[in-house]
Unconditional design. Structure first.
Lengths: 88, 492
């Protein structure tokens, strides 16, 4: 399940990369903004992507940029979101 | 963050990134390395206002598990001490009472945040609005106090009430961060003392929370010895940069602004003399210098002001890095950015983050979800325009306490205009960036790539140096607007 999520996230990230960046060397724990893969505008598109693709409702908890800073952080966010949905 | 311009010399990168040298990191992790590091820090911080933090930094490096309590108790005590000194408070009883009042306010909000799920729905839905409404209600209550309360500066009760209220307004964004942590469910097992690390900040004299909240600081905290050494070296680099700018800034002041400063007649004859914007906008049209001097002043004054901001940010972030929080720089080469949105991102990072957290994302998450462009536009205007203006309105809260709120067109029109134009500029830049990302990257020769980069940088300089006309200490809308037209040879 998480592998599938990871692939979908990485596929999406390819569409919002800085023109000069490539995901070839990306590690899942790499900070995407700090290492220059994406700009802050892309963060907004990631929020819209997580809302539409995984039905994450940020209006409940707000957006914590720490949750979007790496692929690992996004996967952890999705895991928390799924756990919360399952418990309701 | 990446380098905005491609660096032509790899050797320069190695030199400028000396703090990432693994051998140096290994050395700093040893005891002799630590002694050398703190000795250099002592020289750099002496005799500045952050010197008292040095023993705390050393203690935090010896007891990394206690980093938050050390910063909270040590930094918090210094914060309050500094405030009491500024107010000339000496009576021990009042100092204890004020401390209890301020810590008590923070503790109350900590309890609110910790029990977030148990709060009534209306409060859970809009905690930040309720927080700010509470602050303004405190202000609105002042006229109902006993007659003469506001107009009796000798009254101890008035003095200490207004002091605590102004500290509450100063800390409001940090309290907001704590409420966000509660909303995310991060406070269930939290210790109050840890949250004092950012809610009682010795580092930084503005309302902007450098290092944001506990969650962000925690995520950037050094976990291993080598991480700590890396963070400390990154902090040392910022202190060195701050010192360099501190040396260069007065030099720049003497060389370029000496007429304005009335000094150094000898140097005056060698270089064209420039003026700060706040002086230029107040001069009558017939006393203004030639257009070339006006335009040069505009650009050089922007560099001057950016350098001033960089010094402040480098000192604060440098110290936090020395504590072991390897957080982003506040100012990172904004004058080399190639788009307005990048400049805004790299000029005053923690102010931009404040606007993003408290205005951008709340608007982005609740309005126009089905139209991305409209969504981004609304959120950008909510942050860069509305939030930016409100933040600056709140900065004068101590004056409102003393004299009441008198919103006048002359006082705020300039900054309102500045905020609106900034919002539109950033939105336009965001759209352009988004469009550029969808197109194949243009192929340029190295020379052409540099020319394009320089053209983009010039555009950013032009926009922000013109915009600064409406954002300076002596701002007055009509006067500033008249000066703007003078730059294009139109005078009225």
């Amino acid at each position: 399940m998480m592998n599938n999520h990871r692939d979908r996230i990485v596929t999406f990230l390819k569409t919002v990369l800085r023109p000069s960046a490539s995901l070839d060397q990306l590690q899942d724990h790499d900070n995407l903004v700090q290492t220059g893969y994406i700009d802050s505008l892309a963060m907004l598109e990631i929020v819209a992507f997580l809302e539409s693709e995984f039905a994450v409702d940020f209006s409940e908890s707000g957006v914590n940029p720490v949750d979007l800073e790496s692929v690992d952080a996004m996967l952890a966010l999705l895991a928390r979101h799924q756990a919360a949905s399952a418990s309701h | 963050m990446t380098n905005p311009l491609p660096l032509p010399f790899p050797a320069w990168r190695t030199l400028s990134q000396w703090h990432e040298n693994q051998r140096l990191i290994d050395f700093v992790a040893t005891t002799p390395g630590q002694i050398a590091l703190w000795s250099v820090c002592l020289l750099l911080l002496y005799p500045g206002e952050y010197l008292p933090l040095l023993p705390l930094m050393i203690l935090a490096s010896r007891l990394p598990g206690q980093r938050f309590p050390i910063l909270s108790l040590g930094g918090g005590t210094l914060f309050l001490w500094k405030r009491f000194q500024e107010m000339h408070f000496t009576a021990p009883l009042w100092i204890v009472a004020d401390t209890l009042c301020i810590v008590g306010i923070l503790w109350l909000f900590f309890q609110v945040a910790r029990n977030y799920t148990a709060l009534p729905k209306w409060l859970r839905n809009s905690p930040q609005i309720v927080l700010h409404a509470l602050l303004w209600l405190c202000l609105a209550a002042i006229p109902f106090f006993p007659s003469g309360f506001r107009h009796d500066p000798d009254s101890s009760l008035y003095l200490h009430f207004s002091f605590c209220l102004s500290i509450f307004s100063f800390l409001i964004w940090r309290i907001g961060m704590m409420l966000y942590a509660g909303k995310r469910g991060q406070l269930k097992n939290a210790r109050f003392v840890d949250h004092l690390s950012y809610t009682l900040p010795y580092l930084g004299s503005t309302q902007v929370p450098f290092g944001k909240g506990l969650d962000y600081l925690n995520s950037k905290q050094a976990k291993q010895v080598l991480d700590l050494a890396k963070s400390q070296l990154a902090g040392l680099k910022l202190l060195l940069l701050a010192m360099l700018w501190q040396v260069l800034l007065p030099l720049m002041d003497r060389l370029t602004f000496s007429v304005a400063n009335h000094d150094h007649a000898a140097i005056r004859s060698l270089l064209p003399q420039l003026y700060h914007i706040d002086l230029l906008t107040t001069l009558p049209v017939n006393q203004l210098p030639p257009l070339s001097i006006l335009w040069s002043s505009l650009f050089v004054d922007m560099i001057y002001e950016t350098t001033q901001l960089a010094i402040t940010g480098h000192l604060i972030v440098g110290c936090l890095r020395l504590f072991g929080f390897n957080i982003f720089r506040n100012t990172y080469r904004p004058l080399l950015t190639q788009s307005l949105v990048d400049f805004w991102n790299q000029y005053y990072y923690y102010f931009k983050e404040l606007l993003v957290d408290f205005f951008f994302f709340p608007a982005y998450l609740s309005l126009f979800k089905n139209n991305l462009k409209l969504r981004i536009f609304t959120a950008t205007m909510a942050s860069a325009c509305l939030g930016n203006f409100y933040y600056h309105l709140l900065q004068h809260f101590d004056i409102y306490i003393a004299r009441g709120v008198h919103l006048t067109f002359e006082k705020f029109a300039s900054y309102l205009f500045y905020s609106v134009i900034l919002g539109f500029g950033i939105f336009y830049s965001m759209l352009k960036t988004q469009q550029r990302r969808t197109l194949p990257a243009p192929v340029y020769t190295p020379r052409m790539a540099y020319l394009v980069a320089l053209r983009n940088i010039a555009g950013v300089w032009l926009f922000f140096s013109l915009l600064r006309i409406w954002d300076h200490p002596s701002s007055h809308f009509l006067q500033d607007t008249r000066f703007f037209f003078t730059l294009f040879g139109i005078s009225f």
